[in-house]
Design a binder for this molecule. Structure first.
Ligand SMILES: Nc1ncnc2c1ncn2[C@@H]1O[C@H](COP(=O)(O)OP(=O)(O)OP(=O)(O)O)[C@@H](O)[C@H]1O
Length: 293
């Protein structure tokens, strides 16, 4: 069997520590009878996407994102467009997609998953012209993401501090949702469109979501009194939001969202701005990805 050229794209600012040690660890653990490895470190936002595009146009068959959901998004978009294979070494703060796919968070074990080379195919989402792989949405979390983006370092603690500060002033919005022909009007704090079940850090907003069902889960977090925040956190950490009175989940293939004003949205946790109308679709079984068998 001929060896695959494999490129590891490492994001030095994503949440995990010790990324500089990754090349040495890969050198020690990667199965050289299957792979010829190469490494690149990202230097700015969007760089992972440029590196992945270049690698896909050269002779790399497998491209590995070493980072969190944002890095995975940039790399996976190019991998999918060029019909290559994506690998993940989770190194983010949340690692939503990696956790959902049960890719080990310990790097040595994640490298072993790559060595085993079990290639699966999963659904992906579109949010207007942008691809998403784990979760995209709008509302309070997107607002926080856009404020947090100015921070030099990532990490859960800073994110939580900012969240507590902003939550007191945040006002819910009214959204018009058109899901596979049905119309819903909802006042919400957050609208999340879930491909996998979880936001990251084992917070499951859409416990019944599957990346292989050709559907997206529209999760509406309704306005709720602050004292119920711990209840929502408990429900998410225990994957119980499908029975919550704070969260409504509607599955669909084609979703149009109309809101009163353009505002921040997030795509796999990274902030962008979009206008009042957003079209969301699913591309069933469209990404080749290495998962534990
Ligand atoms: N050298 C760099 N300097 C600044 N930003 C970078 C650099 N390299 C990559 N980025 C950006 O960092 C963003 C966030 O990375 P990533 O999502 O991997 O980490 P995270 O936010 O800690 O993880 P998670 O999304 O799982 O919580 C990516 O969108 C990427 O564009």
């Amino acid at each position: 069997m001929s060896k695959s050229n494999i490129l590891f794209i490492i994001n030095p600012i994503s949440g995990g520590k010790d990324k500089l040690k990754i090349p040495a660890l890969i050198d020690a653990k990667l199965d050289r009878s299957k792979f010829n490895p190469n490494f690149s470190f990202t230097e700015y936002v969007g760089h992972a996407s440029e590196i992945a595009e270049e690698a896909a146009n050269k002779n790399f068959d497998v491209i590995v994102a070493v980072g969190g959901d944002g890095t995975i998004n940039e790399v996976a978009t190019k991998v999918m467009q060029h019909d290559k294979v994506l690998g993940i070494i989770p190194f983010g703060s949340g690692n939503g997609l990696a956790r959902f796919l049960k890719i080990p968070l310990k790097s040595a074990e994640a490298i072993q998953v790559i060595n085993n080379f079990n290639v699966d195919v999963i659904d992906t989402g579109r949010f207007n012209d942008k691809c998403f792989f784990n979760m995209a949405g709008m509302g309070f979390d997107a607002h926080i993401s856009s404020v947090f983006a100015g921070n030099k370092s990532r990490g859960l603690t800073g994110y939580l501090k900012l969240g507590f500060r902003e939550v007191l002033n945040y006002k819910p919005q009214t959204y018009h949702l058109y899901i596979d022909g049905e119309k819903y009007e909802r006042k919400a704090v957050v609208i999340s469109i879930a491909n996998s079940s979880q936001y990251g850090n084992n917070a499951h907003i859409a416990p019944g979501a599957s990346v292989k069902d050709g559907l997206l889960d529209v999760c509406v977090i309704k306005e709720f009194p602050m004292y119920k925040l711990p209840v929502l956190a408990y429900e998410m950490l225990n994957a119980k939001t499908d029975h919550s009175d704070m969260v409504e989940i509607i599955k669909g293939k084609h979703i149009r969202i109309v809101r009163s004003q353009g505002d921040a949205i997030h795509i796999d946790g990274e902030p962008f701005f979009m206008g009042e109308e957003i079209e969301v679709t699913v591309a069933p079984l469209s990404l080749n990805i290495i998962t534990p068998s």
